[in-house]
Write a protein that binds this ligand. Structure first.
Ligand code: HEM
Length: 456
């Protein structure tokens, strides 16, 4: 009996100790979380209420962040703050604000945030009038431009290696969107759970492995006296030894830069072209005007060249309007403040992630006559001459602006005019009118649609 009583008293004291410890741990964790989420600066931008541990993540639909940002923009103004768990983000909206940050305070906003989810990669028939999905052809053509630059060769569309490359690349891009990658960036410890990176980023790993194979093949035929392409030139620099390595010419960087060029240079351009042909389907009268200008300036026989662009203001305006209205990189790429800075009276500390809401610039109601319509006249003056409003920033602006802008412009002009010179794009009779809203996965692309390309 005595033993039982003793056991009971021990148990109850142990239980009360556990309860005290539990209460202590809960209070401590909540306090710690509060301190981490606390914004200690005066004049910090406003934003939605930050919840324990997850911050403001519930306010953002990570599959369509630009739409959430536009709603928050209306509520909190041009500069508002968000919190992904314990990380502070500031979202910039509208032409005036984005320009002030990226151009006038370019250096302050020039850094890029660090993303732990990339660590595992090694960073710190066709037509004949029949309906088809031109996504694959356009994607193949644009990827071949990057392949020519990097590997010095283009692939046939049926080539097994090429098909595999495109397939792996598409899978790896899809893995970037959504809530999970955001969460892993904020709580990188989850990446240490065995098997998690391999499972979540299977596609990216496979894409990088494949790039390794292509580089290895290149090394076998490498001849320093005969530089064929970017990979050859990079390998030649690597040969220079330690100094070159310190300057970034390492094998690991070669594979990462290659992957970057694919990621930055193919999806964006190919998606813009998919929007272009979608708008031509939806606006046949605009398509006819472009074709009339092509016939007048280039004719039907010779291929278009970049020299023609200056004499084709209407076509140029249409391509620019495709980029504005298509809004392919709606929330840009994240920046990070390089030092403490001020923007329109708000204080933004060093190391804050900055989201430039490019969509809010390209559709800024204060700048564009018809922001939510496809209206090429945005880029034409009263005399039909091409004009480019300053708020045209699909490539962003400032020090971190797109490096491939010139290449992208050439690709858009040459592919667009060449195809419209040879074909008229029409909606197949049995097909519903394609959707005009985009699907977001870093870039915003059209929902799949079918076209008929009728030879002219
Ligand atoms: C229509 C096509 C394209 C669009 C709309 C586009 C748009 C963008 C945007 C918005 C950024 C982010 C800039 C910033 O952070 O402020 C960017 C960055 C970048 N783009 Fe493009 N891009 C296109 C084509 C290309 C091409 C063809 C290449 C190269 C082959 C390329 C290479 C890059 C690189 C390397 C960066 C990162 C620059 C840096 O971190 O400093 N882009 N692009």
């Amino acid at each position: 009996m005595a033993l039982l009583l003793w056991l009971q008293s021990q148990l109850s004291s142990c239980w009360s100790n556990i309860s005290v410890l539990g209460v202590f741990l809960t209070v401590f964790t909540l306090l710690f979380d509060f301190m981490k989420r606390r914004k200690k600066w005066s004049h910090y931008p406003p934003g939605p209420v930050s919840l324990p541990f997850i911050g403001t993540m519930l306010y953002v639909d990570f599959r369509n962040p630009h739409l959430s940002f536009n709603q928050l923009h209306k509520k909190f103004g041009n500069i508002f703050n968000l919190q992904n768990c314990w990380s502070n983000l500031v979202v910039l909206n509208g032409y005036k604000t984005v320009k002030e940050a990226l151009v006038h305070r370019s250096e302050d906003f020039a850094d890029r945030p660090y993303f732990p989810v990339y660590e595992h990669l090694g960073y710190g028939n066709k037509s004949e009038g029949r309906p088809f999905d031109l996504r694959f052809l356009v994607n193949n053509a644009v990827c071949n431009v990057i392949c020519t630059t990097i590997y010095g060769e283009r692939f046939d569309y049926g080539d097994a290696t090429f098909k595999k490359l495109l397939h792996l690349f598409e899978n790896s891009l899809n893995e970037e969107a959504g809530f999970l990658p955001q969460l892993l960036n904020e709580v990188p410890i989850l990446l240490r759970i065995p098997g998690v990176p391999q499972k979540v980023f299977r596609g990216q790993k496979a894409f990088m492995d494949f790039i390794d194979v292509l580089i290895d093949k290149h090394m076998e035929t490498w001849n320093p006296a005969h530089i064929r392409d970017f990979t050859d030139a990079f390998l030649k620099e690597m040969e220079k030894g330690k100094v070159a390595e310190e300057n970034g010419f390492s094998y690991n960087n070669l594979r990462l830069v290659t992957a970057d060029l694919f990621a930055a240079g193919s999806e964006t351009t190919s998606t813009t072209l998919q929007w272009a042909f979608l708008y031509m389907l939806l606006h046949p009268e605009i398509q006819s005007k472009v074709q009339a200008e092509i016939d007048k300036v280039i004719g039907r026989e010779r291929s278009p060249t970049m020299k023609d662009q200056a004499s084709m203001p209407y076509t140029n305006a249409v391509i620019h309007e495709v980029q504005r209205y298509g809004d392919v990189v709606p929330i840009g790429l994240p920046h990070m403040t390089y030092r403490d800075t001020k923007l329109q009276g708000f204080f933004i500390p060093k190391g804050t992630t900055i989201i430039t809401n490019l969509s809010s610039v390209l559709k800024d109601e204060a700048v564009w006559e018809k922001p939510n319509e496809f209206y090429p006249e945005h880029f034409l003056d009263a005399n039909g001459h091409f004009v480019k409003p300053e708020a045209f920033l699909p490539f962003s602006a400032g020090r971190r602006a797109c490096l491939g802008e010139q290449l992208a412009r050439m690709e858009l002009f040459i592919f667009f005019t060449t195809l419209l010179q040879k074909f008229t794009f029409v909606l197949p009779e049995d097909q519903p009118r394609p959707r005009e809203d985009g699907r977001f996965a870093l870039t915003s692309s059209p929902h799949p649609y079918l076209v008929r390309a009728v030879p002219r």
